[in-house]
Design a protein around this ligand. Sequence first.
Ligand code: GLA
Length: 367
Amino acid sequence: MHKSIRINWGLILLMLIISQGCCLLQQPNSSSDNGLKDHYKAYFPIGVAVNTRTLNGEESQLLLKEFNSITPENAMKMEVIHPREDFYFWRDADSMVNFAQNHQLKVRGHNLCWHEQVPNWMFKDNNGGLVTKEVLFKRLKDHITTVVKRYKGKIYAWDVVNEVIGDADDEFIRNSLWYQICGEEYIAKAFEYAHAADPEALLFYNDYNSERPVKRDKIYRLLKNLIDQKVPIHGVGLQAHWSVFEPAEKELREAIELYASLGLQIHFTELDMSVYPWEKNKRQKRSGESDRLTPELEAKQIDQYAKVFKIFREYKKHITSVTFWNVSDRYSWLDYYPVPGRKNYPLLFDQNLQRKKAYQKVVDFKE
Ligand code: GLA
């Protein structure tokens, strides 16, 4: 006997709808799968400072999920990349630029001229005395031209000159060997050399404590002088080595508005949020000093991160990049400075590379 099979199309349709619904529920919600870079897509690239360990170890997955720009933490500094007059060490810097190219990340170059992490040979003649201004200009030009040309078209922005403003209230330009030998002129020259080597690259002046009014006004004065002299400078890098105690909202807003009034782009170049107040000098760890992330400090950090990112979003017209200094609390330069061996917790990912509560606040906004 032939049994006729009656197909119940209505039931099938119902089952299909239910199974689709289940699938949708099971799929990760697209917004929780987003990284920082996706949340901030309509605002600015989100970068991070990297070393060779970052790119080869566990943090690299996190990097690719959350960030779309990198800055070599040390690999392009003069003492690393140009340790002797006749020798450049390209291996690490090249590997970072290649990594970025392979993964479509932007690269900020850091840095071309600084008074720290600069090799001694730069300032010395054959007899161990200081070189003349002419020799130092030639060396600076050779260095900048060689490094910038090598990465032409691959590094879109350079921190050309780092930290030349003095910390003492009455010191304008820091009394470094660069300054002692060349006078203030070396600052403009560095930008000119970089521009000649790659006319497309965006060139930045970069400094810390740049929201504190006295230092801010000196940085402004330097930038204005450079612009008035028609020096090729496109932006100011505010390092943003901040803490849960500063900057105040008013200072941050005033600084952004002042620098932006010069028509410069603003990059936040080295963001971290120490849980300790700023101290300038290295000191020993005090016995009994706590270095736990207490609930009170954590709460302050959450508020501070939420506050500064809200301000960043408001000023998106002027802010064209925000870069964190290191990936996670597993490793930060602040574990060594200014108190060697004191643990710090300055970033948005914890020591297990998990998103911290502050992270949620930073991405929890409506466009
Ligand atoms: C300064 C420099 C950076 C880095 C930090 C500390 O901010 O610009 O390159 O050395 O200090 O890690």
